[in-house]
Design a protein around this ligand. Structure first.
Ligand code: ADP
Ligand code: MG
Length: 828
């Protein structure tokens, strides 16, 4: 009820907003004739004029109509394309920190030139974010012609570029790159040892293309920079032998018939040990001499063993060969669960990759330790101004608004949409379904109609390809390996008789023109000839019914289905789409069981016949909504946990930056000494004099260099004084001694060199402790659900513990720095 109500408001609101923005569009249109009269040079000079006006206090919104009119006029001259009114609407939305939902083929690349131009005028940089490097290069190359004409520079940010090249790309007025690359640069920038080594400027405005893919689909995996770590990988081989002894419990709650050692959350690929399981594992480990008698898995020392056990259970029960990964040249290669792409070189973190290597009896490679990480949610929240565009946003508008504070606005299409979306056909078995799909493809082929078949995995693509080969129908299979090659193939998916089978994300962002794409074949001399041929081809394809899209399964998210459908019927073309389902599809299993299937057969559904009933459609859509909600919850939860470490990250990165830019840190060091010594004094209860004395003794010994000849006597003196003199006095005394001692030892170093040395030491310690901290937080996070056994709220517990760990770390940081500095000894 509530949702329906909200949706109604949303739709009404959408129209209202569009009407309001239409007024601005009318203003821009009214300027057109004046702009047409400008010479090229006059048009180019507009950019300088606008920049000057901004310096004089005008804001971007005031400039918007003129700036957009400038871009449109330039586009007419450079590209021979005039931004449609709906594209102006899109541009306004994108400048308004919102998401513009514009269907596939509506020209989002051209739309983005409007807000990109406007926002670059402040000289603070614009980041255009694309799904992959191929699209970044493509769009940069395309739009560069326009931007350069308007006196703006364009940069592309690619992996493997040198820092210098990257810096140059980031200094450009408008930068193109992927979400991964921007995020990694941000993390790397916070690991540099000198401020001038950073490549990014202060983040300003980001415009994300295919925003749902980036902010929703990819938001479940954080970005991680990792390095080698020294875990004991040989242990996997020993521990894996215990896996067969462990009993799977089929449900979360156990009862007499169903009690085991662990249970699975298949959807989220998580393993949970039961209490019984913990006890059993400890016993076996002790038997196998991996744990010593009376040792528990809980202790800090053994947490990595626990971790390895969990990873191994995951490897055996949740990760399957040829589905989640493939083996290539004795390597485990990940297959992306959403796109079916294989991802060479990527490794699962946290020992999972090693566990799978162990399971498959392959060489176990070294584990990597996290050095820095951030979720996309938190990276993109760093931009003061954020916006995005995609063909499919409104189903996720709540999430965009809740997490990113981005409202979704649906922009109408330029031409009327006439694609025919047929209703789903549901078969009982997968075999019947595939047969029906192949028949559909064959029919299209015979009437020369192009078909795009979307599958959810490489395996399914291969299956259909195999059947088509058998009946001699030529086709292309895209296994999502190389973006550029893929784009080339999919660009031609609209040619007569062309049959293209692709996993659902393959070639996203590539324009499918009916009759084929001629962009790459055109040059100055042949343009009219090639265009003429294309027009004939185009007519034939339109006559055959346009592009027919076949979905071979419903995806768990309606958005991905809409994305697939949207490949057809672009810019008012004819086209059609149909989804085929079977009761054996994963999604269908959510609401059907073998009983449902029996019942359907009994009710008289014959072999090879589809079921058509409103009940089925409704059930499917409900199942999708259910999964969507659950996936949202997962992302929300990830974020809730990440928010805590995010706050900590902000504090540490700020400290780091301060350190990098500070010119005088000796003041800091003096302050730190005092804090450290005070902390040693006040760590224990003031009445526990014995403990305090012991603590002082131990710590002061560490802080003062052994060679410092006064040491023994001095400590004695301090400890004796402790009970008589006031603490503050003693503390000051120690601090002064430390200072004297330090100055004596660093006397020979020149002042500027000394600062550099101090900085370097402090940075190294900060980075090391922070890295250890994020790994510790990771462990904490993974084990936190065990607290549920003790009737405690895991999230609350996580908050409390992480706060403690963090404040310990901050104390430790100062302590380690002071200890390290006291060890510096300069020899002549
Ligand atoms: P989207 O990203 O929205 O799916 P694209 O940016 O790939 O769409 O553009 C689709 C096609 O429409 C491209 O061939 C592009 O050149 C063309 N196009 C975009 N805007 C216009 C326009 N205003 N006039 C003519 N063609 C346009
Ligand atoms: Mg696009």
């Amino acid at each position: 009820m509530v949702i329906k109500f909200l949706k109604k408001i949303f739709i009404n609101n959408n129209d209202k907003l569009l009407n309001k923005m239409m007024k601005t569009v009318n203003v821009i249109n009214s300027m057109e004739s004046n702009f047409e009269k400008l010479s090229n040079n006059q048009l180019k000079l507009k950019t300088y004029d606008f920049k000057k006006r901004i310096k004089n206090g005008e804001n971007l919104d005031d400039l918007l109509p003129e700036a957009f009119a400038t871009v449109r006029e330039a586009s007419k001259r450079i590209f021979n394309m005039r931004h449609f009114d709906v594209q102006l609407l899109g541009g306004i939305v994108l400048n308004n920190k919102c998401i513009a939902e514009m269907r596939t083929g509506e020209g989002k690349t051209l739309t983005s030139t409007l807000p990109a131009y406007l926002n670059s005028l402040t000289n603070k940089g614009v980041h255009i974010v694309t799904m992959n490097n191929y699209l970044a290069k493509r769009d940069a190359k395309k739009n560069k012609l326009l931007f350069n004409f308007l006196n703006l520079t364009v940069g592309v940010n690619l992996p493997n570029m040198s820092a210098q090249e990257k810096r140059k790309s980031y200094l450009a007025d408008i930068t193109y790159g992927t979400n991964n690359e921007y995020g990694f640069d941000y993390l790397r920038d916070n690991m540099v040892s000198s401020f001038k080594d950073k490549v990014q400027r202060k983040l300003n405005y980001a415009l994300i293309d295919e925003v749902d893919s980036i902010l929703i689909d990819e938001a479940r995996t954080p970005l991680i920079i990792s390095g080698e770590s020294e875990n004991n990988k040989n242990l996997y081989t020993k521990i894996k032998k215990i896996i067969p002894y462990l009993i799977l419990q089929h449900e979360k709650e156990n009862n007499i018939y169903n009690s085991g050692h662990f249970y699975l959350d298949r959807k989220n690929k998580q393993v949970y040990l039961t209490e019984k399981g913990l006890i059993a594992i400890e016993k076996i480990l002790i038997l196998k001499n991996i744990l010593k008698k009376k040792e528990t898995l809980y202790s800090n020392k053994n947490i990595s063993i626990m971790h390895q056990i969990i990873s191994l259970i995951k490897a055996y029960y949740l990760f399957h060969k040829n589905v989640d990964y493939i083996i290539e040249n004795n390597n485990i290669v990940i297959v992306d669960e959403h796109t079916g792409r294989i991802m060479p070189g990527r490794r699962w973190s946290d020992g999972l990759h090693q566990a799978i290597e162990s399971k498959e009896n392959l060489f176990i490679k070294d584990e990597h330790q996290t050095h820095a990480s951030i979720t996309f949610q938190n990276y993109f929240r760093l931009y003061p101004k954020l916006s995005g565009m995609t063909g499919t946003a409104h189903t996720e508008s709540f999430e965009f608004s809740y997490i990113y504070d981005l409202e979704t606005i649906i922009i109408p299409t330029n031409a009327k949409m006439i694609r025919k979306d047929f209703s789903d056909l549901v078969y009982i078995t997968e075999k019947e379904k595939i047969y029906a799909i192949v028949q559909d493809i064959k029919k299209c082929y015979l009437r020369s109609q192009p078909v795009l078949v979307g599958t959810i995995s490489i395996e399914k693509s291969e299956m259909i390809s195999h059947l088509l080969k058998k009946i001699g129908i030529p086709h292309n299979v895209l296994n999502a390996k190389l973006h550029a090659k893929e784009a080339k193939i999919i660009a031609q998916a609209g040619k007569q008789k062309s049959i293209t089978i692709a996993t659902n994300m393959a070639g996203r962002g590539t324009d499918i023109m009916l009759g084929g794409n001629i962009e790459s074949k055109i040059n100055k001399n042949n343009i009219s000839k090639i265009k003429k041929i294309w027009e004939q081809e185009n007519k034939k394809v339109l006559f055959s019914g346009g592009l027919h899209v076949i979905g071979t399964e419903r995806h768990e998210s309606r958005r991905i289905d809409n994305q697939l459908r949207g490949r057809s019927g672009r810019q008012g073309d004819v086209g059609s789409s149909r989804f085929y389902l079977s009761m054996e599809d994963n999604l269908m299993k959510i609401f059907s069981s073998s009983k449902t299937v029996d019942l359907l057969r009994k009710l008289g559904v014959k072999y090879g016949e589809p079921i058509e009933h409103p009940w089925v459609n409704k059930a499917i859509s409900n199942a999708q909504k259910k999964v969507e909600t659950r996936n949202f919850e997962i992302r929300k939860q990830l974020l809730e946990y990440d928010d805590i470490i995010n706050e900590q990250r902000k504090i540490i990165y700020k400290q780091r930056d301060n350190l990098l830019i500070s010119k005088n840190i000796s003041k800091n060091i003096i302050k730190m000494r005092k804090e450290v010594i005070s902390y040693i004094f006040y760590k224990y209860d003031i009445f526990d004099v014995r403990k305090i004395k012991e603590n002082i003794k131990n710590n002061i010994k560490k802080i003062l260099l052994k060679k410092f000849n006064m040491q023994k006597k001095y400590i004695k003196y301090i400890v004796k004084k402790f009970s008589t003199s006031s603490n503050e006095k003693i503390i000051n005394n120690i601090v002064n001694q430390l200072k004297k001692n330090y100055e004596k030892r660093t006397f020979l170093i020149k002042k500027n060199k000394k600062i550099l040395l101090e900085k370097k030491i402090m940075l190294q310690i900060l980075d090391k402790l922070w890295q250890d901290h994020i790994n510790e937080m990771d462990y904490l996070r993974q084990g936190i659900h065990f607290r549920g056994y003790a009737q405690k709220d895991p999230k609350q517990e996580y908050k409390i513990d992480s706060f403690n760990i963090f404040s310990n770390m901050l104390n430790n940081l100062k302590y380690e720095i002071i200890v390290c500095l006291s060890k510096i000894n300069v020899i002549k």
